[in-house]
Write a protein that binds this ligand. Structure first.
Ligand SMILES: [Fe+2]
Ligand SMILES: [Fe+2]
Length: 198
């Protein structure tokens, strides 16, 4: 096995809770499966999955101060609702603490909670893998999304982002503006593609 993957697994097993470590492994395997399906380098996908929640070793109420300490720029919305921040902090940790230099891996970790306009293939793989991995059991649409992820990655991404926004809206929960921006971008992209086809 790739030495780095072995090292990262050992370190994460020590730092994360048992359930978070299980989720981490499941996401990394799901990333690999999606990478096989869509022709992306398997090890890069596995590493992105392994490290995506590495910042979850810290309590949520410490994310803002840790980000400030490391010079990670934050929006006012992120400061007010820091739950999504483990993605940005995680990308910083992947680079500085795990020595990851690959920009695609760092990007995928940084946007795995909110997505972003113009997501690349690994960004999409990780975002979707985090939602559909085998230990997840809350969302009603999981069977459909698990199937769709392997049929049409862009449609799966769209439906997961849309479903997440609907869920947060219904419960009156805070929505990070980046999630809304991602959704608007995906809507515009779909409209353009439909026009091109007609
Ligand atoms: Fe996460
Ligand atoms: Fe996760």
């Amino acid at each position: 096995m790739n030495e780095f993957i072995q090292y990262a697994r050992k370190k994460l097993k020590k730092k994360l809770s048992e359930s978070r470590y299980e989720h981490t492994l499941s996401v990394s395997y799901t990333c690999v499966c999606l990478a096989m399906r869509y022709g992306y380098p398997l090890e890069k996908a596995e590493i992105a999955g392994l490290l995506h929640d590495c910042a979850k070793c810290y309590p949520e109420d410490s994310y803002v101060s840790r980000c400030s300490k490391h010079g990670i720029p934050l929006t006012d919305e992120e400061k007010a609702a820091p739950a999504v921040l483990h993605a940005k902090l995680g990308a910083w940790m992947a680079k500085e603490r795990y020595g990851i230099k690959d920009e695609e891996i760092l990007s995928a970790i940084a946007c795995h909670t909110t997505g972003k306009p113009g997501m690349g293939l690994l960004d999409k793989i990780l975002y979707i893998a985090d939602y559909i991995e085998v230990r997840r059991d809350k969302a009603d649409n999981l069977p459909a999304m698990r199937r769709l992820a392997f049929e049409d990655i862009d449609e799966a991404l769209f439906q997961i982002v849309e479903g997440t926004l609907t869920y947060l809206n219904k419960r009156g929960m805070t929505i990070d503006p980046m999630t809304e921006r991602t959704y608007r971008y995906l809507c515009e992209q779909r409209q353009t593609q439909r026009k091109e086809r007609s």
